[in-house]
Design a protein around this ligand. Structure first.
Ligand code: XIL
Length: 460
């Protein structure tokens, strides 16, 4: 199980292993659930999760800082030291000293490490900022390869690409020198990262992707959906979750996490901070993660308020003097009270499911379509699975009658005609060829209520 991996990485698990004989004999008599943890990391580990923080390398000589770090956390992200400007300050000259120091501090104490970040429009070295076109593409891919190779076996997850989507209502990509090398730059980076470190989970990471109804959230969702459909190696999505007055926590956050998880990726809260550090908002974030089986863990973006990149917002769990804030107590209590869920119904196995037994077998040359719907107040996402009959398909058409009030707003991996009433969907270039008995998927998002949809499929 994936969650076991985070648990196994925790110091709590190591401590338990050290007390193995005692624990084993006590287990004979234990009937109550595991005792509540007393630190963020141990309590998260009891739920099969991790609890991490960003670490600034220059603070590792501050004993007040390292006392809290070493006591509370079992996952570490380098706040700046693995970024492109830090690791490749001159083209072809790599500099890993500051990052290695953080990695060694963490791993020698049983903490795991998230890598952040391989490709980003920001914090590029000067030489890269002034590059463009195929030279930049090549330099970016070389950077991904070199850095992921250096840290191979030492980071459990990489933010391969950071912040590639635009703010606002477009739902599209952010303009940047990397984006201008071609829209496929993100998938090229993921493929290079997979080749360099096949053992690391590969994440896409972004901010303002917490609100399920936001165009940016949907844009990232559609990209991940497309990557999964086409076999681009992506394992996880990071939600920075910098909550503040302009971009507050919203109650559909759990829907966002579970909807991404339903695509077959893990989800991680990667840079959490909350302006004002409301205890109840921190509690809600923890409860939302615990409610989603594939939410692996939570990382806060710094330890004390004085460590925060937004210190004036006092957004973290510890005061500047190192004492625990009410938000800390809320987080710990939420971790200890939470129950480990079974997979929610929207969270399918990683492998594509086989057709349910109720699906009639398609005749020769035909196809069937099934649909799974994720409904929220006012809208839904439908994922449609097209399965070939006993002959291969060279193209397909699916017809879906939408109930009145339902209007398609966007779609992926299919061509559409009609967005209300009877809608017709045909394959795009890459998913028309479906082998006998094999499946492909497409999807769409709509306003309104799905009700029960009955798609029909025909070969073309
Ligand atoms: C921030 C660091 O916290 C600052 O020290 C630095 O000056 C700028 O970057 N999104 C990210 C992080 O992915 O890397 C950023 O970290 C915060 C926003």
């Amino acid at each position: 199980m994936r969650s076991t991996r985070w648990k196994a990485a925790s110091r709590a698990a190591i401590a338990l292993a050290g007390a193995g004989a005692l624990a084993a004999s006590m287990a004979l008599f234990a009937t109550a659930p595991a005792s509540a943890g007393t630190t963020l990391g141990a309590s998260a580990a009891e739920k099969g999760r991790y609890f991490g923080t960003a670490v600034a390398g220059f603070k590792l000589s501050d004993s007040a800082y390292t006392t809290i770090l070493n006591r509370e956390f079992n996952m570490v992200t380098a706040e700046n030291e693995m970024k492109m400007n830090a690791t490749e300050p001159q083209q072809g000259q790599f500099s890993y000293g500051a990052a290695d120091q953080i990695v060694n501090h963490a791993r020698s104490r049983g903490m795991s490490v998230r890598g952040h970040t391989l490709a980003w429009h920001s914090q590029q070295p000067g030489w890269m900022e002034s590059m463009s076109g195929s030279a930049l593409r090549q330099a970016m891919l070389n950077h991904v390869t070199q850095v992921a190779t250096h840290f191979r076996g030492q980071v459990v997850a990489w933010d391969v690409v950071n912040e590639a989507f635009a703010d606002g209502s477009s739902g599209g990509r952010r303009d940047s020198n990397l984006q201008r090398t071609g829209n496929d730059w993100i998938e090229a980076a993921f493929r290079a990262a997979r080749a360099a470190d096949p053992g690391a989970k590969l994440c896409y990471n972004d901010y303002n992707t917490d609100n399920w109804t936001h165009a940016k959230t949907q844009g990232v969702y559609n990209m991940v959906r497309d990557f999964k459909a086409r076999g681009v190696p992506i394992d996880c999505v990071g939600f920075q979750s910098h909550f503040n007055n302009e971009s507050p926590y919203v109650s559909n956050y759990r829907t966002t996490l579970s909807s991404f998880a339903a695509l077959g990726v893990d989800v991680q809260i990667t840079e959490l901070d909350i302006q004002g550090a409301s205890a109840s908002t921190y509690r809600s974030v923890v409860e939302d993660c615990l409610a989603v089986a594939r939410c692996n863990g939570i990382t806060v973006w710094g330890i004390r308020d004085s460590d925060s990149w937004r210190a004036s917002q006092t957004p973290l769990l510890f005061n500047s003097n190192g004492s625990k804030k009410p938000a800390y107590d809320a987080v710990l209590a939420a971790l200890n009270n939470g129950t480990t869920p079974t997979d929610p119904p929207t969270d399918p196995p990683t492998d594509p499911p086989t057709d349910p037994p109720t699906t009639p077998p398609p005749g020769p040359g035909g196809c069937t379509a099934t649909v799974s719907v994720n409904q929220w107040t006012g809208g839904f996402v439908a994922n449609v699975r097209v399965t070939a009959g006993s002959s291969a398909l060279s193209g397909w058409t699916v017809t879906i009658a939408l109930p009145s009030g339902a209007t398609v707003t966007n779609a992926w991996s299919a061509n559409r005609s009609g967005n209300t009433g009877t809608t017709n969907w045909t394959n795009v270039a890459y998913n028309g060829q479906v082998g006998a008995g094999q499946s492909t998927e497409y999807g769409f998002q709509a306003n309104g209520t799905a009700g029960s949809l009955s798609p029909t499929c025909s070969a073309r």
